[in-house]
Ligand binder design. Structure first.
Ligand SMILES: CC(C)(COP(=O)(O)OP(=O)(O)OC[C@H]1O[C@@H](n2cnc3c(N)ncnc32)[C@H](O)[C@@H]1OP(=O)(O)O)[C@@H](O)C(=O)NCCC(=O)NCCS
Length: 199
């Protein structure tokens, strides 16, 4: 059984409620180059017209909210997506922390306890894919025990690539220019029960 609630030293992690979605909807935007992760990016709407993070009633998903214990503000969202309960695999995840609270270790703390708990509950493998031009996210997932197990290319739907801006220079190895769009590398990452036991 995946747990309903976990308390950490700084947060409460519990199943997402419809009330939480209203707070998340009003989060401010991420700065460039992260605007594609904005909660209201229409690209991330599902077939039913709802944003991916609103789909808390879909059976093969489990969504967690991360709250500050003092104020009960929702500062993070973590979705386990495409859960195959027969094979005991979670095939993907979605993660966002409130823009003003990124880079403060909340995700590392949250994923570490969620992974330990979920793998302990009988899940054998948790996977996700992440853009190679998002080293902050990759670094966080590695710190939580995930390993890169593959990569693939998809259309870059993020902030426009500006070759004159030195920001993009280290990322060019993960970008390929096509006629009128860019492709970018995504990494497939995984943590397994075995890995978690060893760590
Ligand atoms: C990605 C995200 C979930 C990570 O959560 P977080 O709470 O900010 O992450 P943490 O603070 O726990 O860890 C980030 C780590 O990356 C490091 N980091 C930050 N910027 C980095 C960069 N440009 N390159 C490499 N590492 C970087 C941080 O220093 C930190 O490592 P450290 O603790 O060893 O110093 C969060 O930043 C977020 O919501 N970002 C916007 C949406 C997004 O990118 N979602 C992920 C989609 S797969």
């Amino acid at each position: 059984m995946i747990p309903d609630q976990i308390i950490t030293s700084r947060t409460i992690i519990r199943l997402t409620t419809p009330e939480d979605l209203k707070a998340i909807y009003n989060w401010p935007s991420y700065p460039v180059p992260f605007t594609e992760y904005n909660m209201k990016n229409p690209l991330w709407k599902g077939k039913d017209g709802r944003y991916w993070w609103e789909q808390i009633d879909v059976p093969e998903r489990v969504h967690y909210s991360v709250l500050l214990p003092e104020t009960k503000e929702v500062i993070g969202l973590h979705a386990f997506v495409d859960i195959d309960r027969d094979k005991r695999i979670i095939n993907n995840m979605g993660i966002r922390f409130r823009p003003d609270l990124c880079d403060k270790g909340f995700c590392t703390e949250t994923l570490s306890v969620l992974f330990a708990s979920v793998l302990d509950s009988g899940i054998q493998s948790i996977k996700l894919d992440v853009s190679a031009i998002n080293p902050r996210a990759i670094n966080c997932y590695k710190k939580c025990g995930m390993n890169i197990i593959g990569d693939f290319w998809i259309k870059h739907d993020g902030d426009p690539v500006d070759l004159k801006d030195p920001f993009w220079t280290p990322h060019l190895q993960h970008l390929k220019q096509e006629k009128d769009y860019w492709l970018r590398r995504h990494y497939l990452m995984e943590i397994t029960k075995k890995h978690s036991d060893l760590s």
